[in-house]
Design a protein around this ligand. Structure first.
Ligand code: ADP
Ligand code: MG
Length: 391
């Protein structure tokens, strides 16, 4: 756990002053338990906030500029509040929030210095970017005396990432980071943004995240390709469903009767994944309401297999890690989480098997791929918040 007092020293080194006037905020990372590549199809997702994430120290400046620094990146800078996008620059994420607030008619009344400290591996599908966005929005709205509606913050943060940073992500990441609750997962309908906090009683089982440490090189182009394949499926299905705008609006039986309308085989398989994955999220709610974690594990496995065979977003590394995980006794289920092509897996592992899991999955994964894995044994934490009295 990060020491706020040492971050305050770092803030003073970076920006000067005596440390008075610093406020501290935290936002978590998130893991999606099931419901992958459903968010931009208007389907349901089931993410949970993690107990680790991004800490932001922020204080007003004497001028109207913005000073940015991060313990995770060497580059720091002071920019005007009239922000602009710069290529290959982490400050686009917080600058995107400043831009978005201005779009919403919330100009800043003063300049601020920002120091970020992230405990989430970047680019691994645990949503470090959403964590940075949401913590920035929550902090600025708080300090500007504006309402901090966490659903609104999620929407604005997604819009900033879409339009300012230029990444066409769905709403899930920002939503989970903004609205998470300790020991609960979030059932979110990405079409209506209606959500339910569902107690996740994992009992003797632990959520274990495995990071493949494989760079997600292909992810942006493949992600956009999948999105346009889903658009193509919708457009083919509109011959029978003229009102259809998103695949998630169809039931599995409506889809099964009409899937022949989708002319291209590949596009049909992509759509089938989306429809069945949304159904798996609904089935998960039923089994979890009975505390049937074993049945939930079966659904997690089916989710991964569909992402591998129908949606084709896994790749050798994720498949190797999941295959190794499923061999360990005491594992109920294992799947990729996030956009895919690298990044992380999530597994439900009996608490007595966690040590064996980490050692056996780590060594089998390394011998299969030549890459070293990292593992995080996780608890479910709270969403974005202000931290007081921890100096
Ligand atoms: P993910 O959200 O899956 O971790 P992304 O590629 O969407 O991966 O976001 C990672 C980017 O977010 C980083 O390259 C960096 O630009 C920014 N970022 C994340 N965490 C921090 C941090 N602690 N400090 C500064 N920038 C960060
Ligand atoms: Mg991201």
């Amino acid at each position: 756990m990060v020491q706020i007092s040492s971050l305050k020293q770092r803030f003073i080194q970076q920006f000067g002053g005596d440390g008075s006037g610093i406020s501290v905020f935290q936002a978590p990372g998130r893991v999606n338990l099931i419901g992958e590549h459903t968010d931009y199809n208007g389907g349901a997702v089931f993410p949970a906030a993690l107990t680790f994430g991004t800490t932001l120290l922020i204080a007003p400046r004497d001028d109207d500029k913005l000073g940015f620094a991060s313990t995770n990146f060497p580059q720091s800078k002071v920019v005007s509040a009239d922000v602009s996008f710069e290529e290959d620059d982490w400050t686009n994420y917080p600058k995107g929030i400043v831009w978005e607030l201005a779009q919403q008619g919330i100009g800043l009344s003063q300049g601020y210095n920002f120091l970020y400290h992230g405990e989430i591996p970047n680019g691994s599908g645990l949503s470090s970017s959403a964590s940075v966005e949401v913590v920035t929005a929550f902090a600025l709205l708080t300090l500007e005396g504006q309402p901090t509606d966490t659903v609104q913050i999620a929407r604005w943060s997604q819009h900033a990432e879409n339009e300012f940073v230029g990444v066409k992500c769905g709403i899930m990441d920002q939503f989970a980071v903004a609205n998470g609750r300790k020991d609960h997962a979030i059932l979110l309908d990405c079409d209506t943004l209606k959500y339910t906090l569902v107690p996740f009683r994992s009992g003797e089982y632990k959520i274990v995240i495995g990071n493949t440490n494989k760079r997600r090189g292909l992810v942006d182009s493949k992600y956009n390709e999948r999105r346009s394949e889903c658009d193509q499926a919708v457009s083919d299905l509109q011959t029978v469903f003229p009102e259809l705008t998103l695949l998630g609006q169809l039931t599995p039986s409506q889809f099964n009767v009409n899937d022949h309308l989708i002319k291209n085989d590949t596009v049909r398989r992509r759509a089938r994944h989306v429809i069945e994955e949304i159904d798996r999220v609904q089935q998960s709610m039923v089994v979890l309401s009975k505390d049937d974690l074993a049945a939930f594990g079966v659904l997690m496995n089916a989710s991964h297999d569909s992402l591998r065979d129908l949606y084709e977003v896994t790749g050798n590394e994720l498949d190797a890690m999941v295959a190794a995980a499923r061999k360990v006794p005491g594992v109920l289920g294992s799947r990729m989480t996030g956009a895919g092509f690298g990044g992380c897996t999530v597994s439900l592992v009996h608490q007595d098997a966690v040590e064996r899991f980490i050692s056996e999955v780590g060594s089998e994964y390394e011998s299969e791929t030549g890459l070293k894995a990292d593992f995080y044994v996780c608890d479910i934490g709270d969403g974005v918040r202000e931290i007081t009295g921890e100096a």
